[in-house]
Design a protein around this ligand. Sequence first.
Ligand code: CDM
Ligand code: ATP
Length: 383
Amino acid sequence: MGSFTGASTGASSAAPTGSSAAGASGSGSGSPAAGASPSASGSASRSASGRSPGRSAGRAPGAPGNAPARAPGTSPGTAPEGERAVTVRVPAKVNVQLAVGGVRPDGFHDLANVFLAVGLYDHVTAAPAGPGAGCAVTCEGPGSDRVPLDRGNLAVRAAELLAAHHGRAPDVRLHIAKDIPVAGGMAGGSADAAGALLACDALWGTATPRHVLLELCARLGSDVPFSLVGGAALGRGRGELLTEVPVSGTFHWVFALADGGLSTPEVYRACDRRRGAAPVPEPEPDPALLAALREGDPRALAARLANDLQPAALALRPSLADTLAAGRAAGALAGLVSGSGPTCAFLAADADAAAALAASLEASGTCRAARATTAPASGAVLR
Ligand SMILES: C[C@](O)(CO)[C@H](O)COP(=O)(O)OP(=O)(O)OC[C@H]1O[C@@H](n2ccc(N)nc2=O)[C@H](O)[C@@H]1O
Ligand SMILES: Nc1ncnc2c1ncn2[C@@H]1O[C@H](COP(=O)(O)OP(=O)(O)OP(=O)(O)O)[C@@H](O)[C@H]1O
């Protein structure tokens, strides 16, 4: 297993329980510029003309900052000559093993978190904005009405954090084309944060070294480093300390998308409540699961899929039991709740089996939609 550098626990400023996880403090650009709209935004997109509630309970929006100072003689939103918009594609994830330890003093949980990037993608575009414009964001796609358009948006925090790191203004118009389900347990917000970091770094020409990008990712959230690197990786610590995991071949997955989302901190809290005072073993990666990935064996992987958050997610959303039962009845090798849910993930033997399984799940009425795709997928890439 190769190591990724940079993402260290010590670098973290993410907040465990309700306080701001923003690592962007000091950039002084809390107010998105009203009306800015990147060329990539479609007619259905929302723009940052108003404030909306921030990320779920565990990630309250950062305190609104002052509007950035405007250079004399410039108006916000006027793009400098010569800069071109940059688009980054970034994948969703499924946790094939999510072993959750006890609560740490900082409120997070130590994990043995085996991530697999899957072929559902968001696209994050960073377009130039004039001096003093600050960071504005627009969003289109399924569930985009539930995506905050202020500093509660992880992509905005990422742009501000990168700008602060380089001592420059965070002038940029971000646009998010969402396909990753919102609050679905597939790291959609984390993907957008990683995508925004990479896109702004290219737009601004800041040439940030990879290990520094990974440190910034870890400050934004536990899943964000993995969204940058993609592929397959073991996450230790709170999930941000990554080691590459070798994978052979292609795994075929079907994702059953649910109506609405589940709050990640609520699911962790429900997990703790269910455990009560019982001792919690140290989370350890499962050697048989790692071998199944290495050997590209879907049946062996199916036998080892495990998610310690699943009982809590099922308790919070009992209807997911019907979704899991429908997938298994329709021939899935195995199914589990993806991360904190409510998306359910099913492993299929091959592409044909995945297509048939997706059709059966849609017909079952136990999910909003079903999507067949493959893994591992690449991490964040410039388009
Ligand atoms: C469930 C997973 O998606 C599995 O990959 C992750 O563990 C969650 O990662 P994430 O959404 O990036 O989480 P963060 O933004 O870092 O934290 C959100 C909240 O989730 C809880 N949290 C998260 C990660 C972790 N190891 N322990 C936790 O208890 C905390 O309540 C925290 O306040
Ligand atoms: N760019 C973003 N896209 C989606 N949600 C965002 C974004 N930025 C902030 N949020 C907020 O974060 C909450 C969680 O959304 P997200 O899609 O990241 O959940 P998730 O996939 O379950 O996260 P994870 O799997 O990493 O725990 C949303 O309800 C929303 O309020």
